[in-house]
Design a protein around this ligand. Structure first.
Ligand code: AHG
Ligand code: MN
Ligand code: MN
Length: 325
């Protein structure tokens, strides 16, 4: 029977209930639901920036925690930790805003997943109402590997990854390891609804996304690449929020770069909760993600907050970058 309903009611909860999850990952949907709930709460906060003064700046000098505790990146961190701790399947959490991994519950009592996240990416853009995001990575914890060992797995071990972009609309881009799907938050329903399945990053697009102000701090190969793009009709797009820049790259093609600089010899972006989840999404959409010397998803991490150079996007464009290095 053809439906007479014109509303999109393909909600994320329905999607997760019917998704073909990898073998042994039947509780993965519950973890994604917990992340979705936290990001809906973050979206509500982001929308109220400057209306409620607890989001930008401090609430006053009397706050014993100091003004940073009122910043939206810390509020976002608290919301994610709250929602994930309440989920019986989550064992370990790692966040940009926490010094060390947080053990929520041992594997022995069901803590089977480790969730790593950047609670608010591009947070300086909040001040100017530009796009910001949340990036997340989900790993299965090996039995008894409570603590650092739960988190320190290469990106190729991720069972799910995604981001939420708080932009002109709020959307989630998600992979459960079998393609990439996109959801938009319907503010009236209060649910993410499926808007596009099987995203594919175009193989070629003459757009580079890089902070060109560091040009002379990059290795010579990157300088050569930038010069080459200028004589080959490339455009340039850079917001300064990884989520927003990668989202555009995923949908429209091109290449996003954050190479090492003289002052940041390992680059700026964090492997575990920025580069790895974005790399899984880009690869699942048919693109490439490399450090400049190898595949990002193959990097064996040594510590939670380690940094990595990043080159990702259209497979053809990443090849051109590599040919200059
Ligand atoms: P965060 O706000 O989580 O610290 O991340 C900011 C990152 C990332 O979003 C962006 O790609 C990069 O910083 C921009 O850095 P530059 O200002 O050095 O270009
Ligand atoms: Mn970030
Ligand atoms: Mn952040």
């Amino acid at each position: 029977m053809t439906s007479r309903i014109s509303e999109n009611l393909d909600t994320l909860p329905n999607y997760l209930r019917t998704a073909k999850l990898p073998d042994g990952e039947s509780n993965l949907g519950e973890v994604i639901s917990a992340i979705a709930l936290a990001t809906k709460a973050i979206a509500r906060k982001v929308r109220r920036a400057r209306i409620n003064d607890d989001i930008i700046g401090s609430v006053g000098a009397t706050n014993v925690q100091g003004e940073d505790q009122q910043k939206l990146d810390v509020i976002s961190n608290d919301l994610l930790i709250h929602c994930l701790s309440a989920n019986p399947n989550v064992g370990v959490i790692g966040s940009e805003e926490e010094d060390d991994v947080v053990v929520v519950r041992p594997t022995a009592v069901g803590g089977e997943y480790c969730v790593l996240f950047d609670p608010l990416d591009g947070s300086s853009n909040i001040d100017v109402a530009a796009g910001v995001g949340t990036i997340f990575s989900v790993l299965r914890i090996a039995d008894g590997a409570d603590g650092d060992a739960a988190a320190l797995q290469p990106g190729k071990a991720q069972v799910a990854a995604g981001y939420v972009l708080y932009g002109s609309s709020v959307l989630m881009v998600l992979t459960l390891g079998n393609g990439v799907d996109m959801f938009v938050l319907d503010p009236e329903l209060g649910e993410f609804v499926l808007v596009q399945t099987r995203l594919e990053v175009p193989r070629e697009k003459k757009v580079r996304s890089i902070n060109g102000a560091y040009r002379f701090d990059f290795a010579q190969g990157y300088q050569d690449y930038l010069a080459w793009t200028e004589s080959h009709g490339y455009g340039s797009r850079y917001i300064g929020s990884m989520v927003a820049d990668v989202h555009r790259t995923l949908l429209k093609g091109g290449v996003f770069l954050y190479p090492a600089t003289t002052s940041a010899p390992d680059g700026k972006l964090r492997l575990m909760y920025e580069a790895n989840p974005m790399s899984l999404l880009v690869e699942q959409a048919g693109g490439s993600a490399v450090t400049g010397t190898g595949r990002i998803l193959d990097v064996q991490p040594g510590e939670l907050h380690q940094r990595t150079p990043v080159v990702l996007g259209s497979a053809g464009e990443v090849e051109i970058v590599l040919s200059h290095l």
